[in-house]
Ligand binder design. Structure first.
Ligand code: PLP
Length: 396
């Protein structure tokens, strides 16, 4: 028997609980000691179909026996199929695949800057928003409005002035001859699940359209059915110029995408690329995930489960004297009266005999991002477990 692995050789980047997960199925995880956990984090909204879904296992097995990698310098079947499906469903005609969400956003930033060079006399500034999150590369950290990130790893990449979400005047005042685009998350995820209002989305579309600017939506977290529509911006009835996807698109494998209107696409040979981009193994998985999520019955299931989750969280808020809940679809937050988020997360994990995995992106709120395949009983069980933990915290 081999001895159990230890984390000694992993580079330290953050505090992690002393648990090693070994298996997953649907909404459930199992650790090395055999304890089960109901997972409402799902790899940060990544496992759209839950842990180890048959669609992904089948796609990996079938595709890995045919072709794994040919380089982006050649065509392959799954990449072309997935691009055609995404283009048809989004009405954005062109797709470039990446491995991560940050890389898709880097591509969006490059495309906008190139377009600005050609069509807007060298304009390069992209207006982004306070508290936004666009990734962890240097440019996407600079685009992000996360407090403290302006000085971490300074100097920043210039050209990302920050406006306030749902405040159209704050965007208008930042527009200059240097502005080329506005970029936002239709629902700010890391900020604590703060939806851009549908009125704000429409006002932004009008403002950017009238000014000849590009509108970029970062749907890495909000897209792929997470918010009840295939893409969250569709809830406001707008068509962006550029959209980025990640997380739920691969359902657990590294896959992102940059989509753009045909008239915006201005990359020349050599401007953009990447070793794994459009990899047939990953895009075959993306196809399997998209085929499942885009089915009308699946989106109806998300709506029903989202209503159950929202109602259940509202009831808990009333019972325990909390502030309330908010969100779109199966991306929701429960707002707490104080900074007890971390305490609730660890108490929920430590429940016996089964634990509950939750996330607190801000000290005073919990975020819920279950598998989109979550069933009624699992949401009911999660609400019961959370009720117990909120009772413990209230008494202590
Ligand atoms: C997670 C996330 C990203 C970054 O995606 P990675 O795959 O971690 O690079 C970008 N934008 C949003 C809105 C995200 O939630």
């Amino acid at each position: 028997m081999t001895t159990a692995a230890t984390p000694d050789a992993l580079m330290w980047i953050t505090h992690r609980p002393d648990i090693v997960f070994t298996e997953g199925e649907g909404s459930w995880l199992r650790d090395r000691a055999g304890k089960r956990y109901l997972d409402f984090v799902q790899g940060w909204a990544v496992n759209s179909l839950g842990h180890c879904p048959p669609q992904i296992r089948d796609a990996l097995a079938t595709q890995s026996a045919k072709l794994i990698s040919v380089s982006p310098a050649f065509y392959n079947e799954p990449a072309m199929q997935l691009a055609q499906r995404l283009a048809a469903l989004s009405t954005l005609e062109k797709v470039f695949f990446t491995s991560t969400g940050a890389e898709a956003n880097e591509g969006a930033i490059k495309l906008a800057r190139k377009w600005g060079r050609i069509h807007r006399a060298g304009a390069f500034e992209i207006i982004t928003f306070d508290n936004s999150f666009h990734g962890r590369t240097l440019a996407t950290m600079s685009a992000s409005g996360k407090p403290g990130w302006d000085t971490l790893f300074a100097p920043q990449v210039p050209g990302f002035p920050k406006a306030r979400l749902n405040d159209i005047a704050s965007v208008e005042t930042l527009i200059t001859a240097n502005t080329v685009a506005v970029m936002l998350e239709p629902v700010q995820g890391e900020a604590g699940v703060i939806p851009a209002t549908h009125e704000f989305m429409r006002a932004l579309r009008e403002l950017t359209g009238a000014g000849g600017l590009l509108l970029i939506v970062d749907e890495v977290q909000s897209g792929m059915g997470r918010c009840g529509a295939l893409f969250a911006h569709q809830l406001s009835g707008i068509r962006p110029d550029i959209m980025t996807l990640g997380k739920g698109l691969g359902g657990g494998v590294p896959l992102g995408a940059l989509l753009a209107r045909e008239e915006v696409c201005c990359f020349e040979a050599g401007d953009q690329g990447g070793t794994y981009n459009g990899n047939p193994l990953m895009t075959a998985v993306g196809l399997a995930v998209l085929d499942t999520i885009a089915a009308p019955a699946f989106l109806a299931h998300i709506d029903a489960r989202a209503a159950q989750l929202a109602d259940g969280l509202k009831a808990l808020a009333e019972r325990h004297g909390l502030v309330g809940e908010r969100g779109e679809g199966l991306l929701r937050a429960l707002i707490l009266p104080g900074d007890v988020g971390a305490e609730i997360v660890s108490r929920a994990r430590e429940l016996e005999p089964e634990g509950l995995l939750l996330n607190a992106p801000r000290a005073n709120l919990l975020r819920f991002m279950p598998a989109l395949t979550v069933n009624e009983a699992e949401i009911g069980q999660m609400l019961g477990m959370l009720d117990e933990v909120l009772g413990q915290v209230g008494r202590s």
